[in-house]
Design a protein around this ligand. Structure first.
Ligand code: AMP
Ligand code: MG
Length: 484
């Protein structure tokens, strides 16, 4: 018997919430990487996970008896247009596990075959997107930004057909939730108020139990989701991250980053930077992410309105009241985040200097990560030279530095906070691409090296200076692509 016992709380919801479907058979599953520290957090048997039976589970070939695999139903606004039915088209929720603290996580296979929600897709995932999600999601965890986790990546032994023929792979993703704004929309567009209510009750019970029994639990739920998103988006922006596909089906209600598809960290700073190949209009540019999160939240509360109050006008007024606090919450987190990165004293009043900093960075095309990394070095008593060298226009640099010196808060605490907020290593696109290209040729060493490095993003690691460097012009990645 498999030494793993799944719980299946989502599969206990009504049948119309999902489709019961077993993953497809991968012909020759082969483990690429197991996230051992993460497995340990769930008390999982690492030797078993690495064994043929464990890999059979991680590829979906053979599931433990306690698993009730399902594909979840959801809808979503994709780039502004409502699609009434999306759903897990290449993924299976195989069960839930509790971590050491009793926190419940979904165990989700991605790339595990067709489901009733596949539409014209093949249900498969290519190796590249699986490795990208593994690298970026685990980098997020080390950076302390909420997001889904990667437990394992396996090769399926089967080719997948995209523009070229690529190796197929499956990612095992752990998440506190796979309920998205689009899951609520799925029921709302069908006028299934009972479904919306059951889903909201499930989300409250699982993710926001403190709201149960409050005066207006559904309004409180909306407020809690809103506040988590306000904080999450600020944290993305603080590391120069662009999610790339903030469709409502990719915004999760527990406040974790989900669906690391064409996402990317910026090298040279440009506030309206877009990297995703499918975002031609720049809808999800770096500096539009808070606006788009708010737009998504408005779609969420539209679904909840009938639950908030029987009087629609009253419900709308209350919903707007909450939504109007999003900007304030976001700006507060954003201000705190950049104040810490810059070593400024806590409190209000740093906004103008933060704006000025970002426009100086943009005007001088400065690498986002290195700007803060070398400023941290300088604040800690290091040389000015590495930071100055980021600028081609010396006057811009010295002018800004003079202002910064007048404003920044000296002292060990401030330096420590800067060090903990300004990573040395991020998953630079060209490094991710190199790791994927090598893996496609059968060499997984660069992938493993990158994952290992990014587990400690704030610590200088010997022999790793090349990982800090921005891409040479010929290495630069101009576009990132979806997993599909
Ligand atoms: P994404 O853009 O990756 O969030 O996916 C959007 C929708 O397309 C979801 O319903 C996915 O399940 C579905 N999808 C993506 N890739 C595939 C695929 N290869 N086969 C079937 N469905 C897919
Ligand atoms: Mg998605």
């Amino acid at each position: 018997m498999a030494p793993i016992r799944f719980e299946n709380s989502y599969a206990a919801l009504p049948e119309r919430f999902y489709a019961r479907v077993h993953p497809e058979q991968a012909p020759r599953p082969e483990l690429i990487r197991l996230n051992e520290p993460l497995a340990a957090r769930f008390g999982l048997d690492i030797d078993w996970l690495k064994s043929a039976d464990g890999v059979a589970m991680l590829s979906g070939v053979r599931l433990p008896e306690s698993s009730e695999p399902i594909a979840m139903a959801y809808a979503g606004h994709q780039f502004g247009s409502l699609v009434p039915q999306l759903g897990d088209g290449r993924a299976h929720l195989i069960g839930e596990l509790l971590d050491r603290d009793g926190l419940r996580f979904d165990v989700h296979l991605k790339g595990s075959g067709r489901t009733p929600f596949s539409r014209r897709g093949d249900g498969k995932a290519a190796l590249g997107p699986v490795l990208r999600e593994y690298i970026v999601s685990e980098a997020f965890a080390a950076l302390g930004i909420p997001g889904t986790r990667s437990l394992a990546a396996v090769l399926t032994g089967e080719p997948v057909y995209r523009e070229t023929v690529l190796p197929g792979a499956v990612l095992t993703r752990l998440a506190e939730s796979h309920v998205r704004v689009g899951t609520f929309q799925y029921f709302a567009v069908r006028d299934d108020l009972e479904g919306v209510t059951q889903l909201a009750d499930y989300v409250i019970a699982r993710h926001y139990p403190e709201l149960k029994g409050t005066d207006r639990p559904y309004l409180a739920l909306f407020e809690a989701v809103t506040m988590r998103q306000a904080s999450l988006i600020a944290r993305w922006m603080g590391v120069g991250f662009i999610h790339g596909v903030m469709n409502t089906d990719n915004m999760q209600v527990a406040g974790e980053t989900i669906d690391f598809g064409p996402c990317a960290f910026m090298d040279r700073f440009r506030p309206d930077k877009v990297l995703s190949s499918i975002d031609a209009m720049g809808r999800y540019a770096w500096n539009r992410q808070s606006r788009m999160a708010k737009w998504n939240l408005a779609r969420l509360v539209e679904c909840l309105l009938p639950l908030i109050d029987a009087d629609r006008d009253a419900a709308i007024a209350m919903a707007q009241g909450v939504l109007s606090r999003f900007d304030e919450a976001f700006l507060k987190h954003y201000g705190e985040c950049f104040s810490t990165k810059l070593g400024l004293p806590e409190g209000e009043g740093n906004e103008a200097f933060i704006r000025e900093t970002l426009s100086t960075m943009a005007a001088n095309e400065i690498d986002f990560t290195l700007f803060f990394r070398h400023l941290t070095g300088l604040a800690a008593g290091g040389e000015e030279a590495p930071w100055l060298a980021l600028f081609s226009a010396r006057e811009a640099a010295t002018g800004w530095l003079q202002q910064w010196r007048a404003l920044h808060e000296p002292g060990v605490d401030s330096i420590r906070r800067m060090q903990a907020a300004n990573p040395i290593y991020i998953p630079r696109n060209h490094r991710v691409e190199q790791a994927i290209t090598q893996a496609e040729r059968g060499d997984f060493a660069p992938f493993h090296a990158l994952v290992d490095l990014l587990a400690r993003p704030f610590e200088e690691q010997p022999g790793c200076a090349h990982f800090e460097r921005p891409p040479e012009p010929h290495e630069e990645v101009h576009e990132t692509f979806c997993g599909t």
